[in-house]
Write a protein that binds this ligand. Sequence first.
Ligand SMILES: Nc1ncnc2c1ncn2[C@@H]1O[C@H](COP(=O)(O)OP(=O)(O)OP(=O)(O)O)[C@@H](O)[C@H]1O
Length: 267
Amino acid sequence: MTDFSAHATTVPAAPQQPAALAIRGLAKAFGSKAAVNGINLDVPAGSFYGLVGPNGAGKTTSLSMATGLLRPDAGQVWVHGVDVWAHQLEAKRLMGLLPDGVRLFDRLSGEQLVTYAGLLRGMDRDTVAHRVHDLLAALDLAKDAGTLVVDYSAGMTKKIALAAALIHAPRLLVLDEPFESVDPVSAANIRDILHDYVASGGTVIVSSHVMDLVQRMCDHVAVIAAGTVLAAGTVDQVRGDLSLEDRFVELVGGRNQTAGLQWLRTS
Ligand SMILES: Nc1ncnc2c1ncn2[C@@H]1O[C@H](COP(=O)(O)OP(=O)(O)OP(=O)(O)O)[C@@H](O)[C@H]1O
C-alpha cells in the first residue's frame, strides 16, 4: 500500500488531532464476503476528498459505516473528533449525506422534501424557507419546486437529495456518486457550490468513477480496491507523473481481454 497520509498507520490508533473524518480499522463482511477489510483513512478538515475504486471495491460500504448508516463489524470512525457510533446524534449533526440509492420520501414535492429535511434538523421555519428558496435556485430546481419527487428525472432527484443534505450547513459533506445522471451545466453549478463550501471551511468527500473529474475537482484522493486502501494522499502525491486515470489502472489493474467477444462483431 502506498500511503502518504500523515496519520495513517498499520496499527489502528486514535487520531492525534481531529480530522474532518478519521477511520481506524473499519471492517465489514456480508456472509463470507469481506466487503471492507480494516481500512484506515484521514480526511483533513477543509479538504475536497475523492474516493475512487472499481465496482464492488467497498466505497459505498465504507461511506455507509463512516456516516452511521451501516454498523461496522470492527473499527472506529470520528467526525471532527466525535465518535460516530458512540455519539450518533452529535456526529450526524455535523454531517450532510447524499447516500447512493437510498429511497427518498418521493410523494413530497421537491420543496416539501427539502423543507422537511430542515425541520427534521430542528431549524426554525423562516430559516428553512429562506434556505430552501436559495438551494432550489442554485440547483436550477425552482421551476420544479412543486413537482412530486417521484416525477423527477434521475438527475433532478440527485440534486434535490443534495439540497436536503446541505440545508443545515453541515461541517462535513459526504456525497456518494453526486454527479451520476446530472447534466454538465448542473454538474458545473454543483462543483461551484462545493468549491465555495470548501473555501469557507467545509469538507467534502465524494465517491466517483470519473477520474478526470476527481483530478480536476479534488485536492486529496484515496484509491480503494477489494476493501483495502491502495493509496491515499494529495492528488499530486497519489498520481505522481501520471494522470489519475493511468495511476488508477496501474494500482488496480484488471484490464480484461475482449478477444472472447468475437461473436459481437457485426462485420
Ligand atoms: N447488502 C449487501 N449484501 C451483500 N453484499 C453486499 C451488500 N452491500 C455490498 N455488498 C458487497 O460488498 C462489496 C462492496 O460493495 P460496495 O457497494 O461497497 O462497492 P462500491 O465500491 O461502492 O461499488 P460501486 O462502484 O459498484 O458502487 C461488493 O462485493 C458487494 O457485492
